[in-house]
Design a protein. Structure first.
Length: 169
């Protein structure tokens, strides 16, 4: 089958777009890693998910633009698109996403403050009630605490005595 130059140009531009999409996904991944700071196993899982998403995106671009045919110019398009995105757009996109996340964080904290405000008032009222009563109940509290520790202390002494007897034989 003869492939026309216009079709090849369309496929090249589609893969260029795919490279830009891959660069954008990579920026999202970098931002999420900076926010959550995952441990080793979580990083491995995130990397796996990232590569699966990148694979799906590249296959999707190839299927819809070129019926899944691999040519040198498709790889070139992906590479040039990712490099162009990284050099030109990446800084602006990262700044934009980070500023959007900051706005969302502020809104979330304000809503959370409004929701928790009644609980703060109840806490203050309970503390006002508790402070005068604390001096009356603290000796009782300390006695109850000591009584609760007795079984644990008894168990430790029994274990210690058992070891002593065992070593004596």
């Amino acid at each position: 089958m003869i492939t026309y130059v216009s079709k090849q140009a369309y496929v090249f531009l589609a893969t260029l777009y795919g490279g830009i999409l891959i660069g954008f996904i990579y920026d999202l991944y970098r931002i999420l890693r900076c926010i959550f700071k995952p441990k080793k196993i979580a990083t491995i899982i995130e990397d796996l998910i990232f590569w699966i998403v990148i694979g799906i995106a590249s296959v999707w671009v190839l299927l819809f633009s070129n019926d899944g045919k691999l040519r040198f110019y498709t790889f070139l398009g992906f590479a040039i698109g990712a490099i162009l995105y990284n050099r030109i757009l990446s800084r602006f996109v990262i700044k934009g996403i980070v500023s959007i996340l900051r706005v969302i964080k502020r809104i979330f904290l304000k809503v959370l403050g409004v929701i928790l405000y009644p609980l703060k008032i109840i806490r203050k009222l309970l503390l006002r009630i508790w402070k005068p009563m604390k001096s009356k109940f603290s000796p009782v509290y300390l006695r109850v605490k000591r009584l609760c520790l007795l079984p644990k202390m008894f168990y430790k002494e029994v274990v210690k005595y058992a070891k002593f007897i065992k070593n004596k034989k």
